[in-house]
Design a protein around this ligand. Structure first.
Ligand code: ADP
Ligand code: MG
Length: 729
């Protein structure tokens, strides 16, 4: 029996789901996290103070204190049955990495003891040569090390029966270049903090710290494990390269906010409980638009913690799904013809005085502050839309962006009618020149024109890649499998840079003798005029918008290999260098890594396509051809005329045509791949993989296979069909 029918049988027979205990969330929440509260209980006064200073103010922790902290963390971990520890980091592969060591060691005289000292807490040397480094380590030094990031709390990861203490770290090469997603993110937060505090001080001198906040919404698919295993394309590439659209797709729109299937519901509760223990504040769960698609979202947190929590969650979801004989698909486009998955990144900035800088305020003064940060964000996105686009590019996300579904590849900003009018009013009423009318500017009734109730009123535009939603911007073009650190690093950095310029521009006017508020209004006006082209309120999926965007000069790069170019332009190098986030060498290396990842993914997809076509689809087609041939022969033999087997003949002809073209296409694709593989330059190779392999062959091959799926006897078809994967649970 084929894996497909085995899977169908299994599902039909067993409907049991593992038991998931019902616990109060507050009782579980943070149970496995070394929170500051636990630190208080397990650390000496000195250790605790030093940790706090490091978490809150980025102060260095010295070695002797680190020893005390390490001892406290170990004591806590051991009280929870932990025997091993690991530095946990987020390498540029996109997943997370751990290397487990035990507390156990031998003293000089051979006495066994358990030990975890400051040195082990602060630094480790994982065998790093197998992580992507974009050529940095090949030319410099062969090793890298992980370094403790005290701003993110240690946690205990429970896998099966075991429990491991995980220390969040950054990953750096011996020559000092960062090799992970986390380190540049932390640097971008420093840059943002510096510029944002300076600008915020125009309005409130008490603000001494600004942090970025992130609330992600994670979309994903869930399918039965046996079906998953029967689809080698899903196993190897995360998406189905073949599969005819089911008779029923998402046209009934009956899945969204429909009731959650029981098996999936048990899985959700299970991974939620695991998440709560790790302090991930999950809040919502619901069905998504496509069949078998779901979403979860937490309460927003500071960006660096939110990023850790999202990467942890993706890992947890994958492991917990297996417990339930399910598989979670995080790929951006696991199934053709129905919606893909994104990860909306809700982003804002908050001050240490408790103010959300993107929330309209109650008074004209706080509203001017809001307007300042709001307009600076728009300007930042306009000036650096190409870099923002690059930050979300990947082989998987190419299936979404510009593919007539979720956000287009054109970066534009949606602000809603209300704020559009406010911007228009500012533009019209604040004159270009300075004159006696300036006093009138101050009378612009910002209080009335930006009411607080905006939050409930924001019109939603689901087609915009970057939408203002009342008190935050929602970056909707991020891919579901992505590490949010990358787009967040870019957003923080371009914002830091824009605010820095804003401060300079405002100060220049103040030096000329302008009143502060008037100077601010003038620069705001100037920025509105300069970045107007990026504002778009209409349907982002429409062809009309593509044309309009082109007229406006907005970039529209549809494929990743070209989108990545924006990472290494002079503009990008200056931006990241000046804000001390990434050096030229690091950018070049990251560019190389992204291209390599792209090449590998398309290469794997091409291989699995070739293999499935040759060893799954063609044999099934030939088997069925033989059935038809024998049938026709038999009918002839018993003396029936041609009319009696005309139909069979016709089907036979169709199958023969598809089979021939299919094998031909597969051969040609293999040839095209060989040509690409011989290329030396990574960028040229990535572009060639897109334009010479993917574009000309993927859809063409798929078309033939999907046609055959409809022609061949269902019992011969080896791959689980779309209807089975999407609708049977
Ligand atoms: P939806 O977009 O599905 O309508 P919401 O608007 O309620 O959902 O919120 C989406 C996400 O935005 C949630 O994760 C929420 O925590 C987050 N969010 C709310 N306020 C902020 C903020 N100030 N900064 C960052 N994220 C925020
Ligand atoms: Mg949303």
């Amino acid at each position: 029996m084929s894996l497909r029918f085995n899977a169908l049988n299994n599902i039909a027979q067993s409907k049991e789901t593992p038991h998931v205990g019902a616990a109060k969330i507050t009782a579980l929440f943070g149970e496995n996290v070394f929170t500051l509260q636990k630190a208080r209980a397990f650390l000496s006064d000195e250790g605790y103070k030093s940790l706090i200073a490091s978490v809150k103010g980025g102060k260095r922790i010295d070695r002797t204190v680190a020893n005390q902290i390490a001892a406290g963390i170990r004591q806590w971990a051991e009280s929870k049955g932990v025997t091993h520890f690991s530095h946990w980091f987020q390498p540029l592969t996109g997943s997370t990495a751990e290397k487990h060591d035990s507390f156990f060691t031998l003293k000089g005289d051979g006495t066994p003891i358990e030990e975890f000292d400051g040195a082990a807490l602060i630094q480790q040397e994982p065998d790093a040569s197998s992580f992507p480094n974009g050529g940095i380590r090949a030319t410099f030094e062969a090793r890298g090390y992980t370094a403790w990031d005290p701003s993110s709390p240690a946690f205990i990861l429970e896998v099966g029966q075991g429990a491991t203490l995980c220390i969040p770290t950054i990953f750096v090469s011996y020559t000092g270049e960062t090799l992970d997603y986390k380190a540049p993110l932390l640097k971008s937060l420093e840059a943002l903090n510096k510029s944002a505090v300076e600008v915020a001080n125009y309005f409130d001198k008490n603000i001494t710290k600004v942090n970025a906040t992130l609330g992600w919404e994670q979309e994903y698919f869930v399918i039965d494990e046996a079906m998953f295993i029967a689809r080698p394309d899903l196993v190897l590439s995360g998406r189905t390269v073949f599969g005819h659209a089911p008779a029923k797709g998402q046209q009934l729109e009956d899945h969204y906010f429909g009731s959650i299937p029981e098996r999936v519901y048990a899985f959700m509760r299970d991974f939620e409980n695991e998440s709560y223990k790790l302090g991930i504040p999950l809040r919502t769960r619901h069905n998504e638009v496509a069949p078998a698609q779901f979403e979860c979202a937490p309460i927003f947190e500071e960006v660096s913690v939110a990023v850790d929590h999202n990467t942890l969650l993706m890992d947890i979801m994958d492991r917990v799904a297996r417990r339930h004989k399910l598989r979670v698909l995080l790929h951006e486009k696991p199934f053709a013809g129905i919606n893909g998955s994104g990860k909306h990144n809700n982003w804002s900035m908050s001050t240490d005085t408790g103010v959300n800088l993107l929330a309209p305020g109650k008074t004209p003064k706080t509203n001017l502050m809001f307007l300042t940060f709001f307009v600076n964000t728009i300007k930042a996105v306009f000036d650096y839309s190409d870099i923002l686009r690059a930050s979300i590019a990947s082989a998987g996300n190419d299936h979404r962006l510009g593919a007539n579904e979720a956000p287009p590849a054109i970066i534009s900003v949606f602000v809603g009618q209300y704020l559009s009018n406010v911007l228009k009013e500012v533009k019209e009423r604040v004159g270009e020149k300075f004159d006696e009318q300036d006093e009138a500017i101050l009378k612009l009734d910002l209080h009335r024109s930006i009411p607080e109730l905006l939050l409930d009123n924001t019109d939603r535009n689901r087609t915009s890649p970057f939408a203002f939603t009342g008190n935050k911007f929602e970056f909707r073009a991020v891919g579901s499998a992505a590490n949010c650190a990358n787009p967040m690093t870019v957003l923080n950095t371009i914002m830091a840079d824009t605010l820095k310029k804003f401060k300079k521009d405002v100060d220049a006017l103040i030096e000329k003798g302008e009143k502060k508020e008037i100077a601010i209004m003038h620069v705001i006006r100037e920025y509105i005029v300069a970045s107007e082209a990026v504002l778009f309120e209409g349907d982002g999926y429409s062809e009309a918008w593509e044309k309009e965007a082109e007229k406006r000069g907005l970039p529209n790069v549809k494929t990743s290999p070209l989108a990545f170019d924006a990472m290494v332009t002079e503009k990008s190098k200056t931006l990241f260098q000046e804000n001390n986030v990434l050096t030229h060498v690091e950018l070049e290396a990251r560019h190389e890594i992204e291209l390599e990842k792209y090449i590998k993914r398309v290469q794997i997809e091409a291989r699995i396509m070739g293999e499935l076509a040759t060893s799954h689809v063609l044999p099934a087609a030939i088997k069925y051809q033989n059935v038809l041939v024998n049938n026709i022969k038999g009918l002839k033999e018993v003396g029936l005329n041609e009319a009696s087997y005309a139909n069979q003949k016709q089907i036979l002809e169709k199958i023969a045509e598809h089979v021939n073209i299919l094998s031909d296409l597969v051969e040609k694709m293999i040839e095209a791949r060989k040509v690409c593989n011989a290329m030396d330059n990574t960028r040229t190779k990535a572009i060639a993989y897109e334009s010479q392999v993917k574009a000309p062959y993927f859809d063409a091959i798929r078309y033939r296979v999907d046609k055959l799926e409809l022609l061949i006897d269902d019992t011969y078809w080896p791959l689980p069909k779309y209807r089975e994967m999407l609708f049977i649970r």
